[in-house]
Design a protein around this ligand. Structure first.
Ligand code: UFG
Length: 328
């Protein structure tokens, strides 16, 4: 029997990697995507159902057609700068989209739900190691919309038996180790792809956003996690739900933070090329340091983020960056 999993945002960076892992594990991933920030070409491992989460009738149609046994919900808008300029769009797209999806899922009898949340739900907490017990104080409409969905899942769990695994991502990086998929955003805002663009001349330089932060070298600290490790956790999360363990939240990072300067140094070593850099002002909304403890995911899901060292992440990202797929 074919086992269908509905993957919202399956045409995006993290969602497309999830579809590959699902296919390899014997499921058929059904991508639901409006292609606003995703790519048709990234949907390689199962059917694409084009649609928007705002359209409940379309969601009902897709659930009826495929009868998925679980939902992996990646689709969202996720740019902190945009969220500060236009909070209404973040509340509308992310929160109403998730509400429609959760209700459509329950209406079809599908009660297993994996949700992509974010370290942005924590806000800026002065360099403490964040974990599942840390109180969440999001600073912008993006983080707040994700926290609202976490809370919504709690309510639907209590009242309607929805089981959810919530993953709070730290900084996702790298690319498919086989070179088949990678990170491609338009516009691009993330450090590593922008740096690789500067290295291979697609952009004149990387601007480092702020050098006067209270960190070891003045630049922000982030906890980078390899996209393939992140997806390993999702597969374990799916098994967790299938085993009937109930709802749980997990932080996904490595417990080790790197500064922007350290990432630049490592990229120079991996690519053996110079990184053209401009030192600029701080970017509004950036937290000083975001590092997480992931003992819970390691202990309860058996998660081993073995690819999440800077060398492997940058090597995999660089391979894909130079491939024909990236250049298309
Ligand atoms: N950075 C630069 N120059 C750039 C881009 C980034 O110096 O051109 C710095 C940022 O200031 C930050 C670090 O590199 O210190 C990482 O920045 P990213 O934009 O790659 O990632 P963020 O930490 O801002 O974003 C991540 C997720 C978001 C999430 C956010 C929470 O990608 O979805 O964490 O703060 F909202």
């Amino acid at each position: 029997m074919t086992r269908h999993i509905l993957v919202t945002g399956g045409a995006g960076y993290v969602g497309s990697h999830a579809c590959k892992a699902l296919k390899l594990a014997g499921y058929t991933p059904i991508t639901f995507d409006n292609l606003a920030t995703g790519w048709r070409d990234a949907v390689k491992f199962g059917p694409l159902e084009e649609g928007d989460l705002a359209d409940r009738a379309r969601l009902d149609e897709v659930f009826a057609r495929w009868q998925p046994e679980a939902v992996l919900h990646f689709a969202a808008i996720s740019l902190v700068g945009d969220a500060m300029r236009d909070p209404g769009t973040y509340w509308r797209v992310n929160v109403l989209g998730a509400l429609n999806l959760i209700e459509a899922s329950l209406a079809s009898g599908c009660r297993n739900f994996v949700f992509s949340s974010t370290c942005a739900t924590y806000g800026d907490q002065d360099g403490v190691i964040l974990d599942e017990e840390t109180p969440q104080y999001p600073l912008n409409a993006y983080g707040k919309s994700k926290l609202a969905i976490e809370q919504m899942l709690g309510d639907f769990g209590a009242s309607h038996g929805m089981n959810s695994v919530i993953f709070r991502y730290f900084n996702v990086a790298g690319a498919d180790p086989d070179g088949e998929l990678g990170e491609f955003h338009r516009p691009e805002t993330h450090l590593i792809p922008l740096m690789l663009d500067a290295i291979d001349g697609r952009r004149p330089a990387l601007t480092v956003f702020g050098t006067d932060y209270p960190t070891r070298d003045g630049t922000c600290v982030r906890d980078y996690v390899h996209v393939a490790d992140l997806i390993d956790a999702h597969m374990a999360g799916l098994k967790w739900l299938e085993a009937g363990h109930g709802s749980r939240a997990f932080c996904l990072g490595t417990g080790k933070g790197f500064t922007v300067r350290e990432v630049i140094t490592q990229s120079r070593a991996v690519t053996n090329r110079e990184v053209p850099v401009i030192y600029g002002e701080r970017r509004a909304g950036d937290a000083v340091s975001l590092v997480c403890g992931s003992e819970r995911a390691v202990r309860e899901l058996g998660w081993t983020p073995f690819r999440s060292d800077l060398t492997t992440m940058i090597t995999d990202a660089w391979r894909w960056h130079q491939s024909g797929d990236y250049n298309e």
